[in-house]
Design a protein around this ligand. Structure first.
Ligand code: NG6
Ligand code: CA
Length: 520
């Protein structure tokens, strides 16, 4: 051993003694996940038709990623991957969840919140769930709604069970529908419960917001939904009050848990349909309710940041802002999103959006802020919401079990913007997971794989485009994925195809022997 190495080892030992598992390694964590928010939908990512001062504040005080991703271009698979650290396409039944969907993540699964519980965190999810509730027969709406978030690592949950365009419009607190009167039981189903049950088809002229496709089942609050329900009247909420309620509940929970390290998953419903923000936001943008819902989302971010300031938690809290999939304009209601779009580009420079494996489907705003620890700036490293599990486990010193979080990479250094830190080398992007469409990003290359099962597509009445099964794009010169360059770069195409097929078939992409410390 040279003198130099010896000295280095001594320094290393002393340092590890002097710097214990410091509280700085267990900051509070708030993940704010927007719903259907596109890359170009907020002003710090280039939107000019509206202003998002609070999200912009996060960006100016933190690190704004230009290659921040969610793993799927619909909600349920992204949320599944975010919580389990495993690609949703590996597990059946992870497509968009229906109103009576049983719990998708089974008790005993290692999840992001269960890892943080092991690190001593108090954990909560407040907002949209959309990952199913209850055992194999589905949710028992009038009884105990378990398993659910409390069985997979959350200490506290206050939920909208699915999405608000699906029935029912009630809150689920812990294992119960909040405020349910047992004399008026809640029934939820996918068939009209009686011939005279009013729906968006039979009572279309009474609606305060008309539907454009689907969404013509039971009417509540002047809006018809996907599916049917009766009863539970005392428990029903108004769409306009969702954001206020979740902010109120979150502030209270933060106040109650400020003495511990805490993890809050603030799962906004904005800007998913039906876009019905609180009346005070109506008309705040020229973009109609879709824009107004973005302003409401920004308000929520502002309230959470103000709460951290007020409780003096700002410097010890890592805040991450992200989205669950890319943008969509008409997602089933005539809410003005299409007619009032003007020059606004919801996906920024990218093509595609929600439901698509083009960049617009999964490349979304992603910002990390931790004052004093994260240097404000811009990062072009590839990071994904699926990586939070392995990254937070590494940050808080919790070992990652070998057979858990199969596709979650420890990109903590990149999330914190450490010098020369690297993000992912590769990322698989999926749509809703049923049609076999995938994207693969490796460096500035992008591979698209399109399902060739035309018959099945026809059955689903999906518009079939004439596309080749595989196409490659050079994102550095062609961010909009307009020109397939597979012919010019056959060897790259082959390499990417091999890589994607391997990543799909191999059942995991995180090496089983990944030790602590940053790995790609
Ligand atoms: C689709 C719905 C869409 C939306 C989506 C889920 C129709 C025609 N479309 O099936 O409106 O609810 O599911 O969105 O019903 S997500 O963001 O929660 O994945
Ligand atoms: Ca969504």
């Amino acid at each position: 051993m040279t003198q130099h190495t010896r000295r280095f080892l001594v320094v290393l030992t002393i340092t590890s003694v002097i710097v214990p598992a410091a509280s700085a390694d267990k900051p509070n964590i708030i993940v704010i996940m927007a719903d259907d928010l596109g890359y170009g939908d907020v002003s710090c990512y280039g939107a000019t038709a509206l202003k998002t001062p609070n999200i912009d504040r996060l960006a100016s005080e933190g690190l704004r990623f230009t290659s921040g991703y969610c793993s799927a271009s619909t909600c349920t698979p992204t949320r599944f991957s975010f919580l389990t650290g495993t690609y949703a396409f590996r597990k059946k039944g992870t497509g968009i969840a229906s109103p009576n969907n049983p719990a998708i993540i089974q008790p005993g699964t290692v999840t992001l919140p269960s890892l943080l519980q092991r690190a001593g965190y108090k954990t909560a999810v407040i907002g949209k769930w959309h990952l199913g509730l209850g055992g194999p027969t589905g949710p028992n709406w009038n009884g105990q709604l378990r398993p659910g978030p409390l069985e997979i690592g959350f200490d506290h949950s206050f939920l909208l069970p699915t999405t608000n365009d699906r029935v029912p419009q009630v809150y689920v607190q812990g294992h119960r529908v909040l405020g349910l009167d047992p004399r008026d039981p809640l029934w939820v189903g996918n068939r009209k419960p009686s011939p005279d049950h009013p729906t968006g088809l039979t009572h279309r002229d009474t609606l305060k917001m008309d539907w454009s496709h689907g969404h013509n089942g039971t009417i509540h609050n002047g809006i018809s939904r996907i599916g049917f329900y009766t009863g539970g009247h005392a428990a029903r909420f108004r769409d306009e009050d969702l954001a206020d309620e979740w902010v109120k509940r979150s502030v209270k929970w933060i106040e109650q848990n400020k003495a511990n390290p805490f993890f809050l998953f603030f799962s906004s419903h904005d800007l998913h349909v039906p876009r019905m923000p609180h009346e005070r936001f109506h008309g705040k943008t020229p973009l109609g309710f879709r824009g107004d819902a973005i302003v409401q989302l920004d308000w929520c971010v502002g309230e959470l940041l103000a709460t951290l300031d007020r409780l003096k938690l700002t410097s010890n809290t890592l805040v991450i802002f992200c989205s669950d999939n890319g943008p969509v304009l008409d997602d089933g209601y005539k809410d003005g999103a299409v007619t009032k779009r003007g020059e606004h580009r919801p996906a920024g420079p990218y093509s595609g959006g929600k439901y698509s494996v083009l960049e617009g489907g999964t490349r979304t705003p992603l910002i990390t802020r931790w004052p004093g620890r994260i240097q404000p700036g811009l990062s072009d490293q590839v990071v994904c919401t699926i990586d939070f599990a392995a990254s937070f486990a590494a940050m808080t010193g919790v070992p990652l079990p070998k057979d858990a979080c199969l596709d979650s990479f420890n990109v903590l250094a990149a999330l914190l913007g450490e010098p020369r830190a690297k993000g992912r080398e590769h990322l698989v992007q999926q749509d809703n997971g049923r049609r076999g469409n995938f994207g693969l990003r490796v460096g500035s290359w992008k591979l698209q794989r399109h399902d060739s099962r035309k018959k099945r597509n026809a059955k689903l009445k999906l518009k079939t485009r004439k596309v080749s099964r595989y196409a490659i794009f050079d994102l550095a010169n062609d961010p909009a994925e307009k020109t397939n360059v597979a012919k010019q770069h056959p060897e790259v195409a082959q390499r990417l195809i091999k890589k994607l097929e391997h990543l799909i078939r191999n059942k995991r992409s995180r090496p089983a022997n990944q030790g602590p410390g940053p790995t790609r």
